[in-house]
Every structure is written in structure tokens, then in C-alpha cells.
Ligand binder design. Sequence first.
Ligand SMILES: *Cc1c(COP(=O)(O)O)cnc(C)c1O
Length: 348
Amino acid sequence: MIDSLLNPWIRDLVPYSSARNEFSGSAEILLDANESWDGGNDGVNRYPDPQAFQLRKKMEEVMGLPFSMTAIGNGSDEIIDMLIRMFCAPRKDSVMIERPTYGTYSVFAHTSDVRVIDVPLSTSLDLDVEAMIEAIKTEKPKIVFICTPNNPTGKVYPLESIKRIADANSGITAVDEAYLDFADGFASSLALIEENPRVVVLRTFSKAYGLAGARLGILVSCPEIQKIFMKAKPPYNVSLLAQEAGIMALEDMEKVRKRIEETKKRRDEFSSYLSSLGFVRHLFPSQANFILIRVDDAKALYDYLVSRGIVVRNRSSEPMLDNTIRITIGSEEEMRVLKEALDAWNRA
Ligand SMILES: *Cc1c(COP(=O)(O)O)cnc(C)c1O
């Protein structure tokens, strides 16, 4: 069934067979990959494991993600790009996104010359399930991207809504759960995969795990899609240092959990603080590690904060988000400095 959705050139691809793929077992002397024989002590003179075997084993053990259902991308960005290249034919197929949402889905669609169908969120910034199902019927997108909790609104969508969309969609439904760790009582779309193998879930080490610089994205899918991804991805897409960083983070989950709890606590405190400020017109309740606010003049506030050495994100150009600013929850000290600046702005 997945076969018929794939681009035929991907389905029939003969993958690059790397030196480390052709040899399995253990050997003392590796003279198969034209690597340098010398690279200091950290082992980076060797190519990384194309399968990210140890990291994925650790993910299975710690995150409960079955080994046969996971693949690692060079950030979720690479996974988004790969999914589009696997399933969408340039100049022919389309992907569907909601607006407003994370910007890279449409950028990667455009780099593959794949059409983007926008479906606006409802006025409450929820999924407009009926409109999406209608658009799915007429446009037949190859991939529907759903981001929950959504960036930049911080809103979680009900699993039932996602299930209805995925069932109506004969293409792939890609659910981006980059911020799930910050959401309370989050119901992951992983639960949908068994019944509907066209559902794939994206996770990342960039947010809760604190490894944005390492570039580690996770694809969770039925084993069939996982195998095709492994075949079609660049063989050495995830660096050895990144794989090690991921394993180290998973070996200290206490630290990760503590950071998540601290972030959520600070987010909720910061929310109450923001609602006490006269110039904040609306506060969008967030289940992520950022908060979106509406103010009278987003550009003026943005410029003012920059003048105080603080950079936030002006989201005003997004539909329905006129005069909004997205603020990431930072360290205690960073939030203290930010509050000082916001206090002064409030007094002015
Ligand atoms: C930050 C973010 C990601 C993470 O992307 P990486 O490439 O893994 O760093 C994915 N999806 C959304 C919606 C994000 O906001």
C-alpha cells in the first residue's frame, strides 16, 4: 500500500552501499572507506554508523520507540525534506499544511517544486477538520503536515481530529510533535500508526533534549516507510558526534526531565506575569516552550527589545497573527532581564 504512494524512482532506488553497510561483524583493521588512519582520540576520523544503531537502541529503551520504526535525520528538517522527496513528484503533487504553522514544510515543498495547499486554522486556532477533509477530497495531497503542539500558537490538537484527517487522507499524514514534552497529558499520534500505516510522527532532540546544535530529528513510522527512508537518505546523514550526543542525553534522563519541568513552570509563571501587563492584548495559552502574545504594535515592541539586546520573534506576517510576538522560555536569568525590559515598556 505504501509502495503505490511512493515516487516510483524512490521505490526502485538502488541505494548507495557504504563500506560499513557491506561489512558487518567486528574487525581490527578497517581499510574499506578511505578514512584517515589518524584523527586524534575521539574517533571522528571514522565515518558514522549509517543506521545510528546504538542511538536507536537507546531510544527504544528510554523513549519506548520500537527500533524497527525509527530513523534519524539531520534534524527534523531533513526528515521533512526527505518525506517530500519520497512521496511527492515535482510539478505534479501537492502537500497540505494549516496556516499559521511552522514554516519549513512549505519551504521544503517549494525546493522540490511541489505545490502547497493552505487550509486556515479556525478562529480559535484549532484544526478546521471539516475544511481539511473537504480539501483533501478535492486536492488529494500526497502529504498532510500537522504540527501539534503547533508552532507558533502553542496549541495542542485533539487526537480525534488528527485521526479523522488521517483516515480521510489516502496520502501520508505527518504529525510533527517537536514540542510534545512540554504538553500536559499529551496524546501522541504514535497510537494511530498501527491501524493507519500512512501516519508518520516527527520528533526531535532540538527542544526538550537540548541538542538543537547537534541536529537530531526522529522519524517514527511503520517499518515499511522506515526501510524506504533508510534507503533514500544520504548514507552518513547524522554525524558521529551528534549520535554520541543523543546517546548521552538519553543516559541522563533525570536532567532532561528536570529541564522540562523547570521550563513548564517558568512558562506558566511568565504567562501570569504577561497577563498582568497593560500592553498585552491577548495571551495564547501555550503547551510548548514558548508563548505567543498579541500587542498593540508588535514591530515597536520587537525593535525596543532588540535595542535592549533581546531577540524575540515577530510573527505578525502570519495570517490571523497580526501584531503577535513569540517568546521562547529561556533561563531564569534571561527571563529576569526580559521582564525588566517589559516592565519598562509597560511604564512608558
Ligand atoms: C523546532 C522545530 C522542529 C525541530 O527541527 P529540527 O530540525 O529537528 O531542529 C521541528 N518542528 C517544529 C514545528 C519546530 O518548531
